[in-house]
Design a protein around this ligand. Structure first.
Ligand code: NA7
Length: 552
């Protein structure tokens, strides 16, 4: 197949493609490669200056892979990419970015990516059966398909605190970290936020800064990252057995190369056995902690309390000052906010130069040019770190705000909940696909692998549409409703929706409160396979305008 016969450029400013991909992160890069291999013309736009998405932006000190360890956080589509040498299990940001640069070079991706180009508008043209995008550089482009690889964690959440814009010192959001080094030396630093980004960066900042004030709204459960060098033997083994490991990853509910474990309740063990089990996992550290846990931690309040108590005891044990330890004790159901991996987070509060402010009892009142003022006093600071997270999962799609049939905007469609089908398509928005959007496993799955699997499905669907000379396809509203009910039913059987988190949208004022990830593990991929048998969940319009001589 080739482009649809329309000129690639008309009048110098309108370009026409088969597929427009928004985002050149892990997902967008693979989408470009795979769709281009199919013979489609593809154009990728990204606001950043180079590839990498989340790994391009999140350069804060301590930023590391905190999901599946290397070498299994990466692409699986080409065995040769396993030749890459990973140094550590929890690779640092620069190592992941280097790997992605290598992938971009190896598959010559950059020639079809336009960087420093923000897609400002995306509109569906019903008559043409095509999407038109307008970009910040003045270039407009059209394509039959719009693939939104806009990132599940890429729209920063900027706190709205009185006087914050009056603060005269440096201000950096962890998700928009400067490329030039940030020096903390001889500086008094305040960090707002104790999610993964805050907890990864605070120990690093504290090593250099004169003083660090940690402004904590919610005390967190954090677990040892267990980072260590990867041995040459481990790399050799992973390379040799990658075909089998990939299969294991497909069979595992989280996309990891681990054998499925027989379910075992925390309540079947004695308190001593449980403690020994938790202690062993704690000492080993890493994401495997969560995968080797009892199977009912996230569903039974009683089982949950056993792990929560264990971590609270650890905090009391590690932190010397009892008053500080008390403030650090989390109260929510453990695991119901994104589990955090750290390297010496709680220990950092034993340093002389670190102060913890519990914002629940001592809230921020305002910023001045030189300080942050809380109810009980003023903290003079030189530099402010916003580790305040993201408008996650649905946020980047809402910021793009595509306009579908009849000009309906996504913002107007997603007022009550994040309607979607299979976590990748939207009724009223034909030929538009999302990667890691609401309704998909997204952040609950090994993300590069999840992206590959969604993109492979979308690519097969595109192929099917072109073979059938279909111009437009969109999901049926009743299939969206059934999908939404399934996503919610699975989540409601767990403790996850009971906690305020970015998984539920609770971190962004005014967002629909909905647990938006699909928690069914491998069932998701079964559902995708079933849907692709006859694509009965979609309505189709024949191609009226697509004049592709070579299309079947
Ligand atoms: P998170 O996990 O959303 O953490 C953000 C933190 O910032 C969290 O502690 C929030 O407290 C806090 N926050 C947000 N807004 C405010 C305001 N206005 N005042 C005080 N505190 C605030 O984002 P991360 O970047 O750490 O991690 C995102 C994911 O990236 C991570 O899970 C990995 O998957 C990679 P809250 O808990 O909401 O009370």
């Amino acid at each position: 197949m080739t482009s649809e016969g329309l000129p690639r450029r008309t009048g110098g400013s309108i370009e026409n493609y088969d597929v427009i991909v928004i985002g050149a992160g892990v997902s967008g890069m693979y989408a470009l490669h795979h769709l281009r291999e199919m013979g489609l013309s593809v154009r990728v736009y990204d606001g950043a200056s180079d590839i990498g998405g989340t790994w391009w932006y999140n350069r804060y000190p301590g930023a590391r892979v905190d999901g599946p360890g290397s070498p299994f956080y990466g692409y699986t589509f080409a065995n040769e990419l396993m030749d890459w040498d990973w140094a550590e299990t929890q690779s640092e940001q620069s190592a992941v970015l280097e790997y992605l640069e290598h992938v971009a070079d190896r598959f010559d991706l950059r020639r079809d990516i336009q960087f420093e180009t923000w897609v400002e508008d995306a509109r569906y043209d019903e008559a043409a059966q095509r999407w038109t995008v307008e970009t910040s550089t003045g270039v407009s482009a059209t394509a039959q398909f719009l693939l939104c690889a806009v990132g599940a964690l890429s729209t920063p959440n900027m706190p709205d605190i009185p006087g914050i814009n009056d603060f005269a010192g440096e201000v950096h959001h962890t998700g928009r970290w400067p490329h030039e080094p940030v020096s903390f030396r001889n500086k008094r630093v305040a960090v707002i936020g104790t999610g993964s980004s805050g907890i990864q960066s605070i120990p690093e900042i504290a090593r250099d800064a004169d003083h660090v004030t940690v402004l904590q709204r919610t005390a967190q459960y954090s677990f040892p990252a267990g980072n260590r060098p990867i041995t040459p033997e481990e790399m050799a083994d992973a390379r040799e057995n990658f075909d089998a490991l990939r299969e294991l990853m497909h069979e595992n509910g989280g996309g990891f190369p681990f054998e499925p474990r027989a379910p075992r309740s925390a309540l079947d063990d004695t308190p001593e056995q449980r403690r020994a089990h938790y202690e062993e996992l704690w000492q080993r550290g890493g994401f495997k902690f969560f995968l080797e846990l009892y199977s009912d931690i996230a569903v039974s309040e009683e089982a949950n309390a056993t792990l929560a108590d264990f971590v609270r005891d650890k905090i009391r044990e590690i932190v010397h000052d009892p008053a500080t330890a008390e403030k650090l004790l989390p109260e929510y159901y453990v695991m119901t906010k994104r589990p955090i991996l750290d390297d010496g987070y709680y220990e950092t509060f034993n340093r002389e130069n670190v102060t913890l402010v519990d914002l629940r009892e001592d809230p921020i009142e305002r910023f001045t040019a030189t300080s942050v003022v809380t109810r009980t006093g003023e903290h003079p600071i030189d530099l402010l770190v916003l580790a305040t997270g993201f408008d996650a999962i649905s946020g980047s799609m809402l910021r793009l705000n595509p306009k579908g049939r009849g000009g309906l905007s996504l913002k107007d469609r997603w007022t009550d909940r994040f309607h979607n089908y299979l976590g990748l398509s939207l009724a009223g928005f034909p030929n538009l696909f999302m990667i890691h959007g609401p309704g998909s496993p997204g952040v609950f799955y090994n993300m590069p692998l999840g992206a590959e699997r969604q993109i492979n499905w979308i690519a097969d669907f595109v192929q099917f549409m072109r073979e059938q000379r279909v111009g437009a396809a969109e999901p049926k509203p009743d299939c969206e409703a059934t999908w939404g009910a399934e996503v919610s039913a699975i989540a409601d059987a767990t403790l996850f929706p009971r906690t305020d988190s970015w998984w539920t949208g609770a971190n962004i004022p005014g967002k629909p409160r909905q647990f938006s990830a699909y928690l069914g593990g491998t069932l998701y991929y079964q559902r995708l396979a079933d849907a692709a048998k006859d694509y009965a969940g979609f309505t189709f319009e024949q191609a009226d305008r697509v004049e592709d001589a070579e299309a079947p």
